[in-house]
Design a protein around this ligand. Structure first.
Ligand code: NAD
Ligand code: 3PG
Length: 540
């Protein structure tokens, strides 16, 4: 079977990304071979064809990762946006399909903020027009009289990474900086020494320059129309290096034509790569072709980050910049990662040993973790539990959604303990009082994993490879019969653990085997004398 992972890249990436993917560093190496298909600027029909057997898509703003593309990507597991804005990705559908979306926030902040200031200086000092005129032999010193930045007020909409950096640069030019961002605390405004405006209207009324730095989404689409622009003072300027569509181009063009807005600097448009002709050719408009992130430095940082995100995700590790991983604080803690892996394995065992319809899962964890960490354990538990029973791809992304669709509740309890022995007890309940199973596991010293109980039976077995779980009457000869039977079928036993409730009573055995087991071997095992049940627990 071909185990290679196909990575389709549809935007231009810095070579550092390709180098990292091609020569994975030891600590990030993945077991599967990677088949990297690099098609920057590929037309849509080519992408639609290539996506069919793609597992990882790495894209930039020119690729619309819409429902058509996502649904065509039957094997798609990761969409990696090599930048910040993911308005061009149908994240809801990606979540529904269990596809992880990652991006690289903060890696192009400086470049986008510098371009914004570049547009502002160009606009107020008429640099592009002065350059064209002078390079054509003109010397029109009076025609190019401009306006200073110093003393003017810049109104920033969205005081996130880029907005905050633009504010910092603007202060360097002695501008007054005001900002509108209802989603951040007063503390952030204080830290940035930026004056908060509680409404967009207030901000518009006081700004000489309006600079947009919000993401494009349902709320921000069309948030600045002709009406909002007319709330600014006549002769004001507008900058948009965030996303086309936040300012309506029709409204902007109208106010420019009326001479109400004195000029605009625009890097991002409604219809890229074919923006509105009247807007880009307007004499008071300065335009660039969405190059806010296009610097060597930003592209290096983005390339490095996106390759690492993809490798981490392929290794099943927690990524640093998930877009659609719900409520998970971004964790790097080794202990948490190891406990979550063991939780997933414990849930995977539990999912293979009950004979009733589960209605409630209780995950009890004894470890030195914080309350926030419980979310990742919860997702690991669901992932381990459902991946056995579901044909759907179960990931950290869609785990909660898939569980609730099955009507199963989950409860996670933490007993905070700083002991070197971390304990996991997973209980699964059905709707009748007698329907309950439990599986316990322990992580010793942050590294030694052991499965330590199933219901009332105690063990100490490594949860790796395939396990046979067998119940039998505690009578002489059972172990011998099972050993000979497995040997006859060429099955090598790596570990055998027997536990019984009382002498001559019931016993349970866990047998860790090397290699894979044919299902007929398990059926045959069940027919041995004194055997009550035998199941194979695989995929650990
Ligand atoms: N031109 C380019 O090449 C380029 C480069 C980088 C970023 N961008 C774009 O710039 C935008 C900002 O990027 P960022 O890295 O600063 O993102 P960010 O997430 O750090 O900041 C966005 C800010 O907008 C605020 N916000 C959201 N909705 C708002 C609303 N309705 N009203 C007011 N504030 C609101 C958020 O609270 C947040 O503080 C994004 O759209 C991004 O795609 C463009
Ligand atoms: O959202 C972003 O980060 C910028 O718009 C840059 O996107 P791009 O470099 O993929 O065009």
């Amino acid at each position: 079977m071909d185990k290679s992972v196909k990575i389709l890249i549809t935007g231009k990436l810095h070579e550092v990304a390709l180098n990292l993917l091609n020569n994975q560093p030891l600590e990030l190496s993945v077991t599967e071979s990677l088949n990297i298909v690099y098609l920057p600027d590929a037309p849509r029909d080519v992408i639609l064809k290539e996506i069919e057997d793609t597992n990882v898509l790495i894209s930039r703003s020119e690729t619309d990762v819409d429902a058509t593309l996502l649904r065509a990507g039957k094997n798609l597991r990761i969409v990696a946006r090599a930048a910040v804005g993911y308005g061009n990705i149908d994240c809801d559908l990606a979540t529904e399909l269990g596809i992880l979306v990652v991006n690289t926030p903060g890696k192009n902040t400086n470049s986008a903020a510098e371009l914004t200031i570049g547009l502002l200086l160009s606009l107020l000092r008429k640099i592009p027009a002065a350059h064209s005129s002078t390079s054509e032999g003109g010397w029109n010193r009076h025609h190019f009289t401009g306006t200073e930045l110093g003393g003017k007020t810049i109104g920033i909409v969205g005081l996130g990474n880029v907005g905050h950096r633009v504010a910092k640069f603007a202060k360097g030019f002695d501008m007054n900086v005001i900002a509108y961002d209802p989603y951040i605390s007063d503390e952030v405004f204080r830290r940035n020494s930026t004056e908060r405006k509680n409404t967009l209207e207030e901000l518009l009324a006081e700004s000489d320059v309006l600079s947009i730095h919000v993401p494009l989404n349902k709320e921000t689409k069309g948030m600045i129309t002709e009406v909002e622009l007319k709330k600014m003072r006549k002769g004001s300027y507008v900058l948009n290096a965030a996303r086309g569509g936040i300012i309506t181009e029709k409204g902007l063009l109208k106010t420019l034509n009326e001479g109400y807005i004195a000029g605009a600097g625009i890097d991002t448009f409604d219809n890229e790569p074919k923006p509105l002709k009247e807007l880009i050719s307007h004499p008071n408009v300065i335009v660039t072709p969405h190059i806010g992130a296009s610097t060597l430095e930003a592209q290096y940082r983005i390339g490095e980050t996106i390759a690492i995100q993809v490798l981490k995700a392929l290794r099943g590790e927690i990524v640093d910049y998930p877009v659609n991983l719900p409520h998970v604080s971004l964790l790097g803690s080794g202990d948490l990662r190891k406990i979550s892996v063991l939780t997933e394995k414990t849930a995977h065992v539990a999912a293979q040993i009950f004979d009733f319809h589960p209605s409630l899962i209780k995950l009890n964890v004894k470890a030195g973790l914080s309350k926030e960490d419980l979310q990742i354990l919860k997702l690991s538990c669901i992932k381990g539990f459902l991946s056995h029973a579901s044909d759907e791809f179960v990931s950290y992304v869609n785990a909660e959604r898939l569980l609730s669709r099955r009507g199963i509740q989950i409860e996670v309890n933490l007993n905070n303990s700083t002991s070197s022995k971390n304990e996991i007890l997973l209980e699964v309940f059905g709707s009748n009082a007698n329907e309950k199973i439990s599986v316990g596991a322990v992580l010793y010293d942050g590294q030694l994993e052991r499965l330590c109980s199933i219901n009332d039976f105690l063990f100490e077995i490594e949860p790796n490879g395939d396990l046979i779980i067998m119940q039998n009457h505690d009578r002489p000869g059972v172990i011998g019969d099972v050993g000979s039977y497995l040997a006859k079928h060429n099955v090598n036993i790596a570990q055998f653990e027997l536990s019984r409730n009382r002498r001559g009573g019931m016993a349970m055995s866990l047998i860790r085997i090397d290699g894979e087991l044919e299902s007929e071997v398990i059926s045959g095992l069940r027919k041995l004398p004194n055997l009550i049940s035998a199941r194979l627990v695989s995929g650990l």
